[in-house]
Design a protein around this ligand. Sequence first.
Ligand SMILES: NC(=O)CC[C@H](N)C(=O)O
Length: 381
Amino acid sequence: MPTPAPTACLALADGTLFYGQGFGATGQTTAELCFNTAMSGYQEIMTDPSYAGQIVTFTFPHVGNVGVNPEDDETQDPVAAGMVVKWMPTQSSNWRAAQELGDWLAARGRIAIGGVDTRRLTRAIRQSGAPHVALAHSPDGNFDIAALVAAARGFPGLTGLDLAKTVTCAQSYRWDEMRWARPEGHQRQTEARHKVVAIDYGAKRNILRCLASAGCEVTVLPASATYDDVMAHDPAGIFLSNGPGDPAATGEYAVPMIRDLLDKTQLPLFGICLGHQMLGLALGARTIKMNHGHHGANHPVKDIETGKVEITSMNHGFAVDSQSLPSGVVETHVSLFDGSNCGIRMADRPVFSVQHHPEASPGPQDSFYLFERFAASMDAA
Ligand SMILES: NC(=O)CC[C@H](N)C(=O)O
């Protein structure tokens, strides 16, 4: 079969070009490029607010074949800037499918490219780090390559970027919905026992469902919430969400607020991903940009205190530097892929956080116990 003429082009800042077939929206976008190795969950991945400013290369070749549905969104709209896949999506075939992936992306202004050698691209990302790229979809096949490469070079990068303010909620709201499936061996709490304030730096819905399922009455506040805003809800515990961008940049306003919570209260506090990184900063640690980060659904993480290994979902490009942890802060979890930090806690208080995603969306449910640990710390307080 003759290869169809390219209608999309991905340009890396070093001038490398990948041609393919465009789907989704037409036009051009710039971003940092990462790869995700999950074999399922493309809709959850594309709608994870932590992917703002990034285009995702899927290493799993068949993407799109179960379509999209109204239930699997982690937030209102796709937040990842675009997607790169090996095979063009075929017509969807799944009882839950309400729309084709391409139509869904087009309606939401997101560009995708299929027919790319994603193995070659992934190797390039592993070798040289997450590149800055420009992605163009032009149905007539006309590309201004020099302008595309210049656009990729002009992308400022994620370091120093506060993207939480672009994806956080505009106003506070109550969250009551529980997760649909109960992880094996865990009790579903039918009663909300603890008032929890969740700060939304780009929160995934399944995290809020997991908090509710662990017995929390959840009030979500915008990223800009002050200490007084939080305390006005008389919380029994505080949750710091995941989110996009550089933790140090978001931390310019979030970290002083978290520090106030640590200094002025003894409340239990739990953080995930960006929330983990900013708790680390508030406790006096440093964060670093990783070469190509961790993005997948099968990452082994060791709980140092129990010796148990959890298989986890991951999505981060920054990490807490474990060398920088001050005394009184204990490293609790570590990645078995590269030894990077995956969890911390205060030695003498119920304040803890993890880098991976215990809400498992998409992915394994091994780490759900952390939500129960948070609820138990409020029971004990
Ligand atoms: N999923 C997240 O919360 C990501 C945190 C941060 N933006 C990072 O890339 O490391």
